[in-house]
Design a protein around this ligand. Sequence first.
Ligand code: HEC
Length: 321
Amino acid sequence: MKISILAGVCVLAASGLAQVPADHGYGPVDPVALPDVVLTSENGLPVRLRSLTANKRTAVQFIFTHCPTACPLLGSLFAKVDRTLAGDSSLLLSISVDPARDTPERLLAWRRQFGRSDRWMALRPDAASLAALLKVFGQKDGPPSGHALQVFYVDGESRYVARTTDLPRAAGIANALAGRFEMAGRGPAKVFEEGTNTEASGEAIYHQALGVVPRVNGEIVAATAARCANCHGAAGEGRREGELVAAALRGGALTELRPRRGGPPSRYTRDTFCQSLGTGIDPAGVMLDAAMPRYAASAKSCTALWQYLTTGEASPDRPRD
Ligand code: HEC
């Protein structure tokens, strides 16, 4: 994870473009209301950000039109997300970090080079609005070249709720916006829900989904349909069903540093494992497929499950459920 991000930054830094803060994070955040600012759209019209984002899922990126390397990447990323999202009402916003030079005309021309889109808009904040926005998204107010390479998610209540890794995959953003996954809107604290304080052993959770509340696309599903072993195999060896690949979970699969579903190399810790289970966001900030249920589990149950999966070897003759 670190290695890959640093390598990316070196390439960009070498061309003098982006100085990405070394310690920025990814995944869900405690929701923060967007500042009530009015920006100028690429068509030269005033746009109240909170009204624009109300009742929609929005992905936000920061760009500036004089930026030759990182911003074309960000632009083509949103173009790809836009194409993937046909018919969906979510919104893509590219906010300029260079309001002094980025006129609405320049922003429109910048965005149009990636193609036409009804859901994607470039916006110019004034200096005060930009400062307020950067603050909410946890970014430093510095030269434009220091802008984030991450994408930030805003929920239908105009709250910043999650962010991706640097230059994330289009598919992950499209999936998050299309609502095929629970939006990562609830900070880590809510991963553990009430009613899930039943204590169960890791093995009982894995084979029977005891003491956890499984949901698929937000709907609670029966424990029998959500036993980990159903999809990941009786021994956690992983299983493929057509297009669906449920990863191996045992034998060091979770703790090993490796690329997962197109993201940068990452490994799980107990905390990110429990968070992924609850929110569907993996340690690299990539959303898990909707086919992987989301589980509300107490900290105790989740720890037991983590221990069950990470201690001991995967073995084909582990007890079946
Ligand atoms: C209905 C099938 C299904 C069930 C039940 C299920 N999973 Fe999954 N799981 C998947 C699929 C499919 C993926 C791959 C998702 C992707 O790559 O986007 C996955 C991915 C994962 C990952 C990510 C692995 C990695 O290498 O990043 C973890 C961790 C995981 N599951 C844990 C569990 C646990 C623990 C349970 C039980 C509490 C469980 N799963 C139950 C289908 C399932």
